[in-house]
Design a protein around this ligand. Sequence first.
Ligand code: AMP
Length: 512
Amino acid sequence: MCGVFGLVCHEPVNQLLYDGLQMLQHRGQDAAGIVTASGQSFHMHKGSGMVRDVFRTRNMRELIGDAGIAHVRYPTAGNSKSAAEAQPFYVNSPFGIVLAHNGNLTNTDELFENVCYRDLRHINTRSDSEVLLNVFAHELETRIDGETLTVEHIFDAVTELHKMVRGAYGVVALIAGYGMVAFRDPYGIRPLILAKQQDEQGRTDYAVSSESVAFNGLGYEVWRDIEPGEAVFISFDGEFHSRQCSDQAVLKPCLFEYVYFARPDSKIDGVSVYQARVDMGVSLAEKVKRELPWEEIDVVMPIPDTSRPSAMELAHHLGITYREGFIKNRYIGRTFIMPGQAVRKKSVRQKLSPVASEFKGKNVLLVDDSIVRGTTSREIVEMARDAGAKKVYFASAAPEVRYPNVYGIDMPTREELIANGRSVEEIAAEISADGVVFQDLDELIVAVSKLNPKIQGFDTSCFNGKYLTGDVDEAYLEKLASGKVSAELIQKVNPTLVDHSVRVDDNQDDDE
Ligand code: AMP
């Protein structure tokens, strides 16, 4: 998962972009980048690490201009963790374009082949985002034909791009000398939202972000979500244009954003993430009533932080005491590789520690937003027992995660998912809980969609294996699991391209 942010305003944007990125840090901690535009020039700084580590004062000083885009990256399956793939990406033709992308494409191989063999463009990384940028650049180039760029050229290019590209994409881009473009895939799988403000002279400044939370500290007012398939263009002199660029557009955002990924203080497609999580707690409470001996539960506890709104509401609904039994260490650092020292995997126990008195002699119900591999829940159940709990029940605000996510959320392969091929009873046994309850998918859909009846459905693929783009089959998932999506093709097209691709979990943090 990643976060994107962009601004076109009437004052220097460097600090504003930095501040916005920090509010999106939860969407990706692995790399960050900013590009600003002044006149015909771009100024770029990007690298691996958290926002606070990537940007130094000297870098910030060089990011001059009143418009810019920014990105935080969380590498998704099959993608690389190298600094070379930090975004935004740049192409010099036409005009000079930089682009930042949140999401994941599912037909990268086909696009890669077109871009390299048909369009004779060069791709220098294994990133689908660089491919996406080149598709956009090519479509723009073929339309210009010597004239100056018009808004229609831009929207026509996005229209064609939507026809060619499959997958999830929330995109911000700058075209040198012209303005900022932002567009969203025809299902609106990944979020993208607009905000604006009036400056002291009454001029309008515009901002675009993956999540509304980025606007909170900047004084920008949320305006509206970018529609699925829609593109907007804001010229550097402040003119706003928009157009629906897909005749297939339908709003089906990613359900997992509401469950886990987005910040609770964001609103996505008209739905308050916080309220959605509260409402998930109500339906989960009803399921607990149906499936667990709930009258014997003494206390409900969240696994911090995401599950808190659901856990609190669940406790309230059942009339059971709510307590914080686990305290999260907010300052957990990096694991360094020291000579002669075995590399220790960071365990859940370093991140969470129990308040023993809250467990002693009690039957506890632990609530988490989701159970993915089951590693966290297994450790937590053990910690609760070690702290003296009599019985430990576990409730997940999300249904069983059974399928990988191919639209930009990093999920393990199917074999690693604890719910893959296991019944609820078997999952309970695996994590040593006295009972486990998962939210029903239908209930989850209701909890979110009732907050905005305009939502026509969701991407629910990680729960039920129904992939919206219709192009994800067994063979694709197998390729994804083996890390071979695009790998063979890229090797053919560009054999000298260094393969930096490492699955996140395999990669020991290092300083090189
Ligand atoms: P586990 O079951 O050990 O894989 O961990 C599940 C926990 O990880 C959940 O409680 C979530 O808070 C968190 N989580 C869920 N999905 C993701 C994801 N895609 N990336 C990182 N953390 C996640």
